[in-house]
Design a binder for this molecule. Structure first.
Ligand code: CUA
Length: 303
């Protein structure tokens, strides 16, 4: 199709093609039916024809108004089917990324074990996403690429795309999955191939805090807690460590210092000493003793 339909992925053009084809036919039908209707309103007005008379439709007219709409309907089906098949058939050479949706964040895992909460992909390379969920049903939606698919616990589903324009595009969760649903956002970052492989093969910086940072991404903590001070479903991690917060214990407010001990206890027993002003919805996240230490070390670095 023309430049008007050139999109940020090949699927964009395919879906738009079917969509605009159907819209165009619908508009033509709507306009022609309306014109004929208004015309008949005057032509067969009661004042002009006080006595109703029987009309025998000619056979040729019957055939025309059966065959033309049938062809139109089948052509809409044809376009829809061909393009649907295209967006449901990943090419053999597609690279795969495993995607886990959880309340309320996305996590993307690459073939070399690299993990990220943003989906980075190379330009002009087919990418197959293998989707699943860690808890309830989510749905991964990339509006710019016109693709979306449910993430179902205990099941693997897939999507594929081939981005043909570098840039950053929104990822939404489009299945209502609980209080944090509207915060379940991420981005697709389409990068030039060399830049992508540089990122792909870069070693993560070591240390306990770095390990904690990775855990916080993997476990989905950032779905509810920001690291830049902005308010999400839960308190921000920025400056949280060693801060004094008002918490609710057994319905009574008290001040506590958010130290190592408080954080470790809170992760193991969420919603017991709840920071006031936030809903008591933190899930129990399974973490080992060592992972807890790493997370606390990381939190110390978020200032
Ligand atoms: Cu996940 Cu809505």
């Amino acid at each position: 199709m023309t430049a008007m339909f050139a999109g940020s992925a090949i699927s964009t053009g395919k879906v738009d093609e079917s969509f605009f084809y159907i819209v165009a036919i619908s508009v033509v039908l709507l306009v022609s039916v309306t014109i004929v209707m208004v015309f008949f309103l005057f032509k067969y007005n009661r004042k002009k024809h006080p006595e109703p008379e029987a009309v025998r439709e000619p056979l040729w007219l019957e055939i025309v108004w059966t065959v033309i709409p049938t062809i139109l309907a089948l052509s809409m089906f044809y376009f829809g089917w061909v393009n649907f098949e295209f967006i449901r058939t990943p090419p053999k050479n597609a690279m795969t990324v495993n995607v886990i949706g959880r309340e309320w964040s996305w996590s993307f895992t690459y073939d070399n074990g690299k993990q990220s909460d943003l989906l980075r992909v190379p330009l002009n390379k087919p990418v197959k996403l293998i989707l699943t969920s860690a808890d309830v049903i989510h749905s991964l939606y990339i509006p710019a690429f016109r693709i979306k698919e449910d993430c179902v616990p205990g099941m693997k589903t897939y999507l594929w795309f081939n981005a043909d324009e570098a840039g950053t595009y929104d990822i939404f969760c489009t299945e209502y999955c609980g209080v944090g649903h509207s915060h379940m956002l991420s981005k697709v970052i389409v990068m030039p191939t060399a830049e992508y492989y540089k990122w792909y093969s870069a070693e993560e910086v070591g240390g306990l805090a770095a390990e904690g940072k990775k855990l916080v991404q993997e476990k989905g903590c950032l779905g509810c807690h920001s690291t830049d001070g902005s308010r999400k479903v839960g308190p921000t991690f920025k400056g949280l460590h060693d801060s004094i917060e008002t918490v609710l214990t057994d319905g009574k407010e008290r001040k506590v210092k958010v130290d190592d001990e408080y954080i470790e206890h809170y992760i193991a027993h969420p919603n017991v000493d709840m920071v006031t002003g936030y809903p008591p919805i933190m899930p129990v996240i399974p973490v080992t003793e060592g992972e807890l230490k790493a997370i606390v070390e990381y939190l110390k670095t978020v200032k």
